[in-house]
Design a binder for this molecule. Structure first.
Ligand SMILES: Cc1cc2nc3c(=O)[nH]c(=O)nc-3n(C[C@H](O)[C@H](O)[C@H](O)COP(=O)(O)O)c2cc1C
Length: 181
């Protein structure tokens, strides 16, 4: 089975997760904004997307290529400042991709990194506006001061999902309760 990791991000953290995943799975990694392959060349796809102002940045590419992607096993991981358990993330994914498309994917939210001094001035202005609209003071502070939640171990559910797609027999054996003697 042929599989690949395709990602979209701006400042390196989504790329970093995609590369770590590539190392863990042996899969090739592509940036959808540079020279992405045709999705029909692959049976399984892992898609990575940063979140920008409540939108998954990969949504345009996914919608454009949906006829090729539809029907294949797909996993989407998002990379953002928001905590994975925050229900806003699900809302943003459904709104950005459309409920129908999002319902066809496995979803794993990850937390990324933001170094404010590395951002262009227009992004910093955008973030100030965003921070004002955020009610949680801690999250609002993060949006103006930056954060680093990069965690290689948080990729484990994605690696497990991939193994399950490629080796369903082995994945089933791993979770089976041992039989009584
Ligand atoms: C202009 C801008 C807008 C952002 N908007 C959001 C947002 O709406 N929600 C969120 O959780 N994180 C937001 N973030 C944080 C990014 O999602 C986070 O830094 C992520 O790791 C970026 O991925 P990248 O490094 O691949 O670009 C924003 C960051 C920037 C610079």
């Amino acid at each position: 089975m042929k599989a690949a990791i395709l990602y979209s991000g701006n400042y390196g953290s989504t790329c970093q997760y995609a590369e770590w995943l590539g190392e863990a799975t042996g899969l090739p990694v592509f940036d959808v904004r540079k020279d992405p392959p045709e999705p029909w060349n692959y049976d399984i796809l892992i898609l990575g997307s940063s979140v920008r102002v409540g939108k998954p940045t990969i949504s345009k590419w996914v919608k454009k290529n949906w006829t090729q992607l539809n029907g294949r096993p797909l996993l989407l991981f998002s990379v953002s400042g928001t905590a994975p358990e925050d229900p806003d993330l699900l809302l943003w994914m459904k709104r950005g991709l459309g409920e129908e498309i999002f319902s066809q994917m496995e979803y794993v939210p990850l937390r990324g990194r933001m170094v404010v001094s590395e951002l262009p001035w227009w992004s910093r202005i955008l973030l100030k506006g965003l921070a004002r609209a955020i009610k949680d003071p801690e999250e609002s502070k993060r949006m103006t001061e930056g954060f680093d939640f990069m965690d290689r171990e948080s990729l484990e559910p994605i690696v497990c999902w991939f193994e399950k797609q490629t080796r369903p027999e082995q994945a089933r054996k791993r979770v089976r309760v041992p039989e009584m003697a």
